[in-house]
Design a protein around this ligand. Structure first.
Ligand SMILES: CC(=O)SCCNC(=O)CCNC(=O)[C@H](O)C(C)(C)COP(=O)(O)OP(=O)(O)OC[C@H]1O[C@@H](n2cnc3c(N)ncnc32)[C@H](O)[C@@H]1OP(=O)(O)O
Ligand SMILES: CC(C)C(=O)C(=O)O
Ligand SMILES: [Mg+2]
Length: 556
């Protein structure tokens, strides 16, 4: 056996933030933040094959459609594909009046100039400049001390100030990111931001966007929230800054960090649809938005047709949205396991009988319909499923509402098939096994040709039937207090089939007048066997006759 090495030799725990009076744990998110999609920039730069103009245009149109008002459209100085796409948006007048496009640049003169040029003529836009500020980057990437790093930020801010003056027809906004904020000393991040603000002179009416990235997620999300609260409390002239969050998902908590960051006082969230982006991705905007929605807070983004969104995102990114991805994954509203299916089925029934709008269905934190999904896939059947699951599928697929005890009876048949096949059972598989188990297909020993009923003088009923028996027609009759007992008497007297009826149920299989009816009988034979019979017919009484013949076929 190999021993795992002691990780404390190689890795260090992230230090706590000294914030004794932290307020964020008591806060809640009560309104939508400003959202920025960086799908076309951070998302795009992480793709195996970055998007070309056609895919970028399609993605841009999707982002506008779902309601994004701030969209980072690219990194114009990266090359002609990026630059031309952005120019195409501007020249083609594809940017709606109420949408702000944003471009990213390193803090270098030529790159900043190219970025402004790419947007020349646009009505309003954001230029986003970044430089990394944390010790590892200072030492390893730049080989610079704090003052020199601050100097990169100041230099970029001055170039931006000058460029803004050269394009007066555009209303410009500036975003500054102290990249690697979450692994930097807080006071140094504030120092860099303050220095940039000093040059650009933002006001509460025309604020700067200060974006505080967890460029590489390195700690639990509460630490990020502490960092945001600390930053908000200690930034001079906080009123002239929009505080933006940009989390990555290296530890799998990018969404949580963004949510806690909002509680800690931030105004804006950057991310990508379904969390695309560098390495493990950016914060998923769909998840943060829909999390908000399930708390009764409108995210002001529209994911009510999530499958359309997924289709475009998968096409543009050439990456699949994982089956378990919150809100969007193919399996996230599906229960295979018996106890979940049982609870969901009961939840839907309770929801229907309560008949109010409040959503309260066990195991479904959101109504799939709010994302444009139907209820068909909510319950799927395999060997982990229970009777509630098969009953749900057969009800959705065939309109049959099996009585409770019959569900248990049918369950054995389905379970056996699931074990035999070792795969998910489709609705068709379940219907096949149902027809076989309850003898709905010909040929059977007994089958109904015709029947009639008469009332005798003493009030009893006389059933008169033409029954096919092993292919030959036979006329038989029997008397009873009601239809069922008269058929039971007929089966006994005519064919010697003895059935003791324990339970009977019937229902219409639809709401219109042409709907068929289904009847179910539970019978016990003299040797103690429990048999269920099923009958389906346009006429409810004929459905009952068929149900008893179905039982007789099992008993015979
Ligand atoms: C965290 C993020 O997501 S940041 C965004 C990252 N996205 C991208 O890089 C995608 C687009 N990038 C590109 O196409 C290219 O990087 C370009 C065209 C912009 C620049 O390419 P190059 O000129 O070859 O430079 P390169 O990207 O390798 O940058 C390295 C140099 O820039 C410096 N640099 C890196 N970041 C910054 C910055 N934010 N501000 C100023 N200088 C920077 C580095 O220190 C290094 O300088 P050195 O050559 O003196 O050592
Ligand atoms: C450029 C910045 C905002 C970035 O993408 C990051 O730090 O992750
Ligand atoms: Mg990023």
């Amino acid at each position: 056996m190999t021993m795992l090495k002691d990780p404390s030799v190689k890795y260090r725990p992230f230090p706590q933030i000294d914030l004794p009076n932290r307020q964020w744990p008591s806060n809640t998110i009560t309104k939508a933040p400003r959202w920025l999609s960086t799908d076309l920039r951070d998302g795009n730069q992480a793709l195996i094959d970055p998007m070309g103009a056609e895919k970028k245009t399609r993605f841009f149109d999707l982002l506008v459609k779902v309601g994004l008002k701030e969209i980072e459209v690219g990194f114009p100085s990266a090359g002609a594909t990026e630059y031309d796409f952005i120019r195409g948006l501007v020249d083609g007048e594809r940017i709606p009046e109420d949408v702000l496009v944003q471009v990213l640049t390193q803090s270098r003169q030529d790159l900043i100039e190219t970025s402004f040029k790419s947007l020349a003529g646009v009505h309003e836009a954001i230029v986003h400049v970044y430089n990394a500020v944390s010790p590892l980057w200072r030492n390893v990437v730049f080989g610079m001390d704090r003052a020199q790093i601050r100097g990169i930020a100041e230099n970029g801010a001055k170039i931006i100030r000058d460029q803004i003056a050269m394009y007066p027809q555009t209303k410009w906004h500036v975003e500054y990111s102290p990249e690697t904020f979450s692994t930097a000393e807080l006071d140094f991040s504030i120092e860099c931001c303050e220095a940039v603000m000093e040059i650009l002179q933002p006001t509460p009416e025309h604020p700067i966007i200060l974006n505080l990235p967890a460029t590489v997620e390195a700690a639990t999300p509460n630490i990020y929230a502490d960092q945001i609260e600390y930053f908000c409390n200690n930034l001079p002239n906080r009123a002239s800054a929009v505080i933006s969050l940009h989390t990555h998902n290296d530890r799998g908590t990018g969404v949580a960090a963004a949510e806690l960051g909002l509680m800690a006082g931030a105004d804006r969230v950057e991310g990508c649809l379904f969390g695309n982006g560098e390495r493990t991705g950016n914060c998923c905007l769909v998840t943060v938005a829909m999390n908000m929605y399930t708390q009764g807070v409108s995210p002001e983004l529209d994911f009510s047709n999530i499958d359309d969104v997924i289709q475009t995102v998968e096409y543009c990114n050439q990456l699949k949205v994982p089956e378990r991805h919150p809100y969007g994954g193919e399996l996230v509203f599906t229960a295979f396991s018996g106890s979940h299916q049982d609870a969901i089925k009961k939840g839907f029934a309770a929801q229907e009988s309560r008949n109010d709008e409040l959503w309260a269905v066990p195991y479904l934190p959101i109504d799939p319909a709010d994302l444009g999904r139907d209820y068909e896939a909510v319950i799927r059947v395999n060997s982990q499923s229970g009777k509630g699951g098969f009953a749900w599928v057969i009800e959705q697929d065939q309109g049959l509402k099996l009585p409770k005890r019959m569900q248990a009876h049918f369950s054995k048949h389905v379970q056996q098939l699931a074990d035999e096949l070792g795969r998910e059972l489709q609705a068709g598989d379940i219907w096949d096994v149902f027809r076989k188990a309850y003898r709905l297909d010909e040929p059977q020993r007994f089958h109904l040709i015709d029947w009639d009923e008469a009332r005798s003088a003493d009030g009893t009923r006389v059933f008169a039937g033409k029954i096919g028996v092993d292919g030959k027609e036979q006329s038989v009759s029997g008397r009873g207090k009601g239809l069922i007992s008269s058929i039971v008497a007929t089966l006994d007297e005519g064919f010697g089939v003895k059935l003791d009826v324990r339970d009977y149920a019937e229902h219409s299989m639809g709401k219109d007048s042409n709907a068929k009816a289904a009847s179910y009988v539970e019978c016990v034979t003299p040797d103690g066997r429990v048999i269920w019979g099923v009958g389906i017919d346009e006429d409810v009484a004929t459905a009952s006759v068929r149900a008893l013949l179905s039982a007789a076929n099992a008993a015979a």
